[in-house]
Design a protein around this ligand. Sequence first.
Ligand SMILES: Cc1cc2nc3c(=O)[nH]c(=O)nc-3n(C[C@H](O)[C@H](O)[C@H](O)COP(=O)(O)OP(=O)(O)OC[C@H]3O[C@@H](n4cnc5c(N)ncnc54)[C@H](O)[C@@H]3O)c2cc1C
Length: 340
Amino acid sequence: MQIQSDVSLLPFNTFGLDVHCRALVTLDSLADLPQLPALVRQYPLVLPLGGGSNMLFCEPFDGLVLLNRLKGIKVTQDEQSYLLEVGAGEGWTELVDWTLAQGMGGLENLSLIPGTVGAAPIQNIGAYGLELKDRCQYVDYLDLQSGECHRLAADACQFGYRDSIFKGQLQGKVLITAVGLRLNKKWTPVLDYAPLSQLTYDGVTPRQVSELVKKVRRAKLPDPSQLGNAGSFYKNPTITKTSFEALKKVYADLPGYEVSPGQIKVPAAWFIDRAGWKGKRLGDAGVHEHQALVLVNHGRARAVDIVELARQIRDDVENKFGVCLSPEIRVIGASGEIPL
Ligand SMILES: Cc1cc2nc3c(=O)[nH]c(=O)nc-3n(C[C@H](O)[C@H](O)[C@H](O)COP(=O)(O)OP(=O)(O)OC[C@H]3O[C@@H](n4cnc5c(N)ncnc54)[C@H](O)[C@@H]3O)c2cc1C
């Protein structure tokens, strides 16, 4: 295990920002883990990093980045299910494709989500009507202080919309080392979400669902290797039914659906678009021309440009509609995560 000093994070974040960290270590073997508590005492600021596809590095990070590259997929089975234990450094997209190639359905709605398996539980990744929590059995992690390994059953992970215990109580304290997934042998497609509802339940295959998800995503979302971005920048906010009805009187086309009694989830993209930000630029930082929820780096944007654009959008949406947008991506400053 080799520690490198003053490393550029350019190859390790999908926004394409050339921000440095004080030190970086690549973890590619479980044998590296017992050394971590001593390292954490040496570098009290540590940040686990997967594919950097949900990060905005705002300023040089004054700590140690733990680049997670722990690989391996173990498969066992019982009568009903395939049970997968997947190394946290495996690529998520590659895992989904691998399961489909093995004839295992269940993850197809989550095709083409960038990043690593170990980061998937952090914000409970989700797309097209499915979330990680629907397939997760457990999460294995290392306590970075004590060096102890723990297994947390899925129902103890406090999974919610883009949320989990790893963004709360355990934030900054653990390194996820593996994720356990349960895939039913008797596959049931999830086709409720609009673009997938054109498929029929009868005779459809996991691969067909995956192909459609990929087609829709490729048409809708910019490829980070072509145009720097970190996917959806903001979460979809939840507002009260009273606020929703008041907004509906002025903006009849505002979409929304009830997530709990009196609470309505509304699309952040609708507000950003309606406030006139789609396609706008602030230097090389911009709002994607087809997807208002995605902020992009047109080439030479600096982190401060993206932050400034993100703040202006948030403030403008709040002033115009009284709706507060909070970031889905993690904003990382010199000492760790900071508010936008
Ligand atoms: C084009 C695009 C489309 C996207 N679409 C979706 C989507 O449809 N749905 C969705 O939910 N997300 C989406 N995302 C966001 C992103 O892909 C996910 O959040 C993904 O899980 C991030 O994985 P990562 O390995 O890149 O994590 P990183 O960005 O490296 O890290 C994210 C957070 O997890 C922590 N972390 C990472 N690995 C570990 C670990 N092993 N142990 C402990 N903490 C860790 C980091 O410290 C950080 O706080 C999209 C992103 C892009 C660029």
